[in-house]
Design a binder for this molecule. Structure first.
Ligand SMILES: Cc1ncc(COP(=O)(O)O)c(C=O)c1O
Length: 386
């Protein structure tokens, strides 16, 4: 594989032991799992190779100090100042961090609110540990996915403990504004909730003018109630290396989460730390180049849908390389994911995995070459149009 994204074909990727590419039959173009089809930055690959030529023993138990410093500096770039390395707990991924946080900050039967549609492990982390999920469905207004603040207020009971947010939001791609986040913050303080904020897609903002605001950066009171979870895997396309960071300026919250998962979370993986550090130190030009490509793919996708499948509704994502697409105007809507898999030979994520009433929706990953994206869209158009 080379670094020229336009040249990338399905043949380059099929045999790489990737769940995205190997889950379906070989004649399917898979635009599902949130992995980019591109190689990581050359600087990350060189750092990993260099590390392999040295030593692979245990690293520092609380994490490579250079990496922790790099994460602190990176967060300061988003306007989150005052963070310290001791506020960061390195774990094996964002999802393990999310599950651990649910365990540590709530008890069985406690209520946890989340905004649906939502990345499925949010719901898993609530239900798998016998907490109760309170669903606040997102709405569409002015061609934008928004939080239903009125409904949110009606959900809370004395048994509600946590608000889980995903910002930028997977699957809609919303980047919440300061106004929206401050409204959420007021809600959280009023009801004395904890917040678990998954900010994994923060570096993938595609919409000019949109900016990522870490929830914990809103105020010291909010920081005191918030656990932020992030990692390098979406930014730098290193998901197979598994690493994440659970961050809170409130040591009591981190202690509770660590106590609830004592002995289960392992220790930081030095290859993953190496990749993340190299990304932060030297991977930003690669990220800018990649975001430019993703932006162009996003525009291409939007134009293609408007021209060839005008009944499809898709509010293009402000961030992420994931498009949340509504096929409900078409007869195939009730089983559209299955229909597109069987008839178009395109593998997309099934909408109902993101929320009970997401029938007719699919999630499409456009982090691939323009030629693969075009081929997939042509197949979808032909199948839908019959
Ligand atoms: C919002 C969000 N959180 C977490 C993850 C998974 O993170 P990890 O692989 O570090 O567990 C994903 C992957 O798609 C995601 O989109």
């Amino acid at each position: 594989m080379n670094q020229n994204y336009d040249d990338l074909t399905a043949e380059d990727i099929y045999d790489l032991d990737s769940i995205k590419w190997n889950y379906f039959e070989r004649d399917v173009l898979p635009l599902w799992v949130a992995d980019m089809d591109f190689l990581p930055a050359p600087e990350i690959l060189s750092a990993l190779k260099a590390r392999l030529d040295t030593w692979l023993g245990y690293g520092s138990m609380s994490g490579n100090p250079k990496l922790l410093g790099g994460i602190v500096a990176h967060m300061a770039g988003f306007g989150w100042t005052g963070l310290e390395p001791k506020n960061i707990w390195l774990v094996s991924g964002v999802v393990p961090g999310m599950y651990a946080s649910v365990l540590g900050l709530s008890s069985v039967n406690d209520e946890i609110i989340t905004q649906t549609p939502i990345y499925p492990p949010f719901m898993g982390s609530i239900k798998d540990h016998n907490r109760t999920m309170l669903e606040n469905k997102m709405l569409i207004a002015d061609n934008q996915w928004i939080i239903d603040f009125d409904h949110l207020e009606t959900l809370v009971t004395p048994g509600t403990r946590i608000l889980m947010i995903c910002n930028p939001h997977n699957p809609t791609g919303r980047v919440f504004t300061r106004f929206e986040l401050e409204k959420l913050a007021a809600f959280v303080l009023k009801h004395r909730l904890y917040v678990i904020s998954d900010e994994l897609h923060a570096n993938l903002i595609l919409e000019p003018g949109a900016t990522h605001i870490p929830f914990a950066s809103l105020s010291p009171e909010i920081s005191d109630r918030t656990v932020t979870i992030t990692g390098p895997c979406k930014t730098f396309t290193t998901a197979g290396l598994g690493i994440g960071a659970v961050i809170s300026t409130n040591p009591k919250l981190l202690e509770r989460i660590q106590a609830a998962t004592k002995g289960l979370m392992g220790h930081p993986n030095i290859m993953s730390e190496t990749a993340w550090l190299a990304g932060l130190e030297a991977g930003m030009p690669w990220l800018e180049k990649t975001k430019t490509y993703l932006q162009a793919n996003r525009e291409f996708l939007g134009a293609y849908l408007r021209q060839h499948l005008p009944e499809v509704k898709c509010i293009l994502p402000e961030a992420t390389y994931l498009a949340w697409i509504d096929f409900n105007a078409y007869a195939q809507a009730p089983e559209v994911q299955k229909f597109l898999l069987v008839t178009a030979k395109v593998g997309l994520n099934e909408g109902t995995n993101f929320g009970a009433d997401c029938t007719g929706f699919v999630r499409l990953n456009f982090a691939t070459s323009r030629q693969v994206l075009t081929q997939a869209l042509e197949r979808i158009r032909e199948a839908i149009k019959g």
